[in-house]
Design a protein. Structure first.
Length: 262
């Protein structure tokens, strides 16, 4: 028989783990008669002197039980018959558990002597070298990973959405907007978050300076101008009537302004 040309020189088939799941069935199904041979087989596999001695004990108990049964076959001595029955039960029950323990020990001993390589998961997202290639493919994108969002940016976007909702309530349901105190951070007891809207026509100067982050003199000029013209209707009127307010400064808080009629 010719050797397999595909096999490398000196290559040997790796040892296969022993199949021992059926060992405990031998003493169980034979009522203990197969205990001694199975314990002997396990002792040889494990090279264990202790289990080799125990297998000899099982053999002595088995043959002694057979001899005792032949002598007392007429049933003359009931005490000996009870003792022989107990020996038979030990060979059956204890032998089954002993063989079950040995079958686990034999497999564990095999895997400790012959460690099995663990299968590696496919390295998705990492380039692996390939023969006869001058370049490597780009890593596979991770479609399951969501892009990171800055918490501060997410909070600012959420407040902008709240302002849009509050503006719709102010335009469509003024009575509810008044009850929710939209644009009035100066009033106590507010429960509705309007995203930081400021009612320029009613908020005091100190709250204008605090909410819009502007200087107090500019806030005083805005209050004086609104009292003089009975309120504003748009941000552009602030540029016309308020000295010191530039378009660049107005653009910093333009989207936070609301103008409730006085």
């Amino acid at each position: 028989m010719q050797p397999d040309p595909r096999a490398r020189a000196g290559w040997q088939r790796p040892p296969e783990p022993p199949v021992t799941f059926w060992w405990f069935l031998v003493p169980l199904l034979t009522c203990g008669l197969g205990t001694a041979p199975m314990v002997l087989a396990g002792a040889i596999k494990l090279r264990s002197r202790t289990h080799l001695i125990l297998s000899g004990v099982y053999f002595v108990a088995f043959f002694g039980n057979c001899a005792g049964s032949a002598v007392t076959s007429d049933g003359s001595d009931s005490t000996v018959a009870i003792l022989l029955s107990m020996v038979s039960m030990v060979l059956w029950v204890a032998g089954t558990f002993h063989v079950g323990f040995l079958q686990q020990r034999v497999r564990a001993e095999f895997f400790s002597r012959n460690p099995q390589p663990r299968p590696q998961p496919p390295a998705y997202g990492r380039a692996t070298p390939r023969p006869r290639l001058t370049h490597y493919p780009p890593p596979r994108p991770d479609w399951n990973r969501a892009p990171a969002v800055d918490p501060a940016l997410a909070k600012a976007q959420w407040r902008a959405a709240r302002r849009e909702e509050a503006r719709r309530v102010q335009a469509e349901q003024p009575s509810i907007a008044s009850e929710l105190m939209i644009g009035r951070p100066d009033l106590p007891g507010r429960e509705y978050d309007d995203g930081g809207l400021v009612d320029v026509n009613h908020v005091p100067a100190e709250w204008l300076a605090r909410a819009l982050r502007i200087d107090r003199p500019l806030a005083d000029r805005i209050v004086a101008a609104r009292d003089l013209h009975n309120g504003f209707t748009s941000p552009d009127e602030l540029l016309v009537y308020c000295d010191g307010l530039t378009p660049e400064k107005l653009s910093q808080f333009r989207d936070r302004l609301v103008f409730v009629p006085r």
